[in-house]
Design a protein around this ligand. Structure first.
Ligand code: ZN
Length: 271
């Protein structure tokens, strides 16, 4: 029995798989802000969905950058109470099995590359356009090696532009994410109906994808996250074709397929 999870700022998803390929059972609960309470809740839910069966391996994602050995969160705008708390060690102690942690956007990238829109592609770039913008690069169904992590949402697309959640200015996240749009227009993404605004978002996103293409050289760029429901992907493809002049063709641009379970599939793939 394998245990997988995806822990975000508001919700945590915990699931089990009996064969390591499909999710057998899962549960979604609010993420406790307090770390000790979170550990207790995690154990309770895990026992419930595993039916008390022995867990052999645990893997999952956390919303934020991890330390070099991937044992804990080192910063996180949404999980303040979890920063520098030994999550991996606590789970190993509680369950007595190996535990693998990853950044949630990297796991989502791996999930789409292995089970979703990227199954037939070797070099996969994934971007999630949600409250913020995250993403990662997957090569041959493995998260590509990296020194500091992948942060495609924090590339600068407008010098000295709009402020970003990270403290920077002019980042892609400021122009296309839910929080960036809310700051600029005073409305949630799903409430913005002005097609001029969306046209501008699609152009900024295409600039971001141009940069992803020239630096990451992917076969396919997969776009996920809630804001993609309001973005016209065909318009993004058209703008990218105009902007990207150095290569004879652009990579494929496709929507993510796995929805909210993407992190759980990434965790299965990691195992
Ligand atoms: Zn930023």
């Amino acid at each position: 029995m394998y245990l997988v999870f995806d822990i975000g700022g508001t919700k945590m998803r915990i699931a089990v798989s009996s064969d390591g390929r499909q999710i057998t059972q899962s549960k979604i609960i609010p993420t406790p802000k307090d770390f000790d309470q979170a550990i207790q809740t995690f154990k309770k839910v895990a026992d419930e969905i595993s039916g008390g069966k022995k867990i052999e391996v645990i893997a999952g994602g956390l919303a934020g950058p991890l330390d070099k050995d991937k044992t804990m969160l080192i910063t996180s705008p949404h999980l303040g109470g979890w920063i520098e708390k030994p999550f991996k060690a606590e789970l190993e102690k509680l369950f007595g099995c190996p535990v693998y942690l990853e950044n949630d956007a990297n796991l989502a990238a791996l999930g789409e590359a292995t089970y979703g829109a990227g199954v037939n592609h070797k070099i996969v770039a994934y971007l999630t356009i949600s409250t913020g913008v995250g993403g990662g690069r997957v090569v041959n169904k493995k998260i590509d090696e990296n020194s500091l992590g992948f942060e495609p949402g924090h590339q600068i697309i407008v010098p000295d532009g709009s402020p970003c959640n990270c403290g920077g200015k002019g980042h892609l996240e400021s122009y296309v994410s839910g929080s960036g749009l809310e700051r600029t227009y005073g409305k949630k993404a799903e409430e913005i109906k002005d097609s001029k605004i969306w046209d501008e978002v699609e152009r900024y996103l295409a600039i971001g994808l141009n940069n992803v293409t020239v630096l990451w050289s992917p076969d396919i760029i997969i776009l996920g996250g809630s804001v993609m429901q309001s973005i016209n992907i065909e318009s993004v493809r058209t703008y990218l074709k105009e902007i990207l002049t150095i290569f004879p063709r652009a990579p494929k641009i496709e929507l993510a397929k796995l929805g909210d379970s993407v992190g759980l599939y990434g965790a299965l793939s990691l195992i």
